[in-house]
Structures are given as C-alpha cells and as structure tokens.
Write a protein that binds this ligand. Sequence first.
Ligand code: ZN
Length: 155
Amino acid sequence: MSTLRLPQAVYDQIRAHGEQTYPHECCGALLGRSTPDGWQVHSAVAAGNTRTDSAHNRYQIAPLELVRIERGARRQGLDIAGFYHSHPDHPAQWSTTDFAEAHWLGCSYVITEVAYGKAAVTNSFLLAGATEEDKHFEPEAIQVAERQREASRNS
Ligand SMILES: [Zn+2]
C-alpha cells in the first residue's frame, strides 16, 4: 500500500476548501514529488469547479487552469501529485463518475466527506495501472506531518 504524505497545513487547507464550497464540491490539485512508496505533497492549488450543471456531485478542473497549474508546478520543480475534491454529505469513497473521469495514472485522488458543512473523513486513492484499460483505484494511507522533514535542511 502506498502512502500519501501531506504537511498539516495542506491537509487543513483542502478540508477547509470543502467546507467553504459546501453544499457544492470543491476541487484542486496537489503538487509534490514522487517517492518510492507514494507522493510527498508540498502544496495544494485550489481550482474553480467548472461543473455548474451539477456542482453538488461533480467536479471538473478547466483544461486551461490545469495547464496553468502544471506550469506553476514545473517552475517550482514539482509535479502534479494528484487531485482533491469533496463529497458534500456523501462518504469519502470514489464514485463511478470519479473513476471514469480519472486519467492521471500514478496520481493520488483525495476525497473529503463534508457532512452538514463540516469536513469529516478524508481518504486517498492511488490511480494504479499501466494503461487506461486496466486502471484501478487502490486505497492508500494518508500521513499528515506537522512539519516537513525537508524544511529542516534550511535549503
Ligand atoms: Zn467524487
């Protein structure tokens, strides 16, 4: 099982984002570096949910916004580690729509249940598989660190 590592501030940020957009879904991208056993996330970028038709149970990041996020990541020497969104009054489990619309193989998909406006359970799923045809979600552990180890290197 892989592990998604998040600084406490980023973990709090993505959960708070879900409370802000409640009863609609929030969404955004996670930037970080890959490690042998999962992603080390450095920051989260909030995105606008372009699904105005069904924003309570759908999310979508506009392609142009995604390009901007990807460029910003590269400038910082980071990759897109994954994506996050919220499930207003629904469990933090991926839906068939989430699966159908997930195409970033090797990336983490983080889902936060927001119950009655308060962030509840947060889960992460790794989109595993070598091709779109055999892709599948694998549950992964979330490790929240108070302070990143790298910060102590004074770099
Ligand atoms: Zn979802």
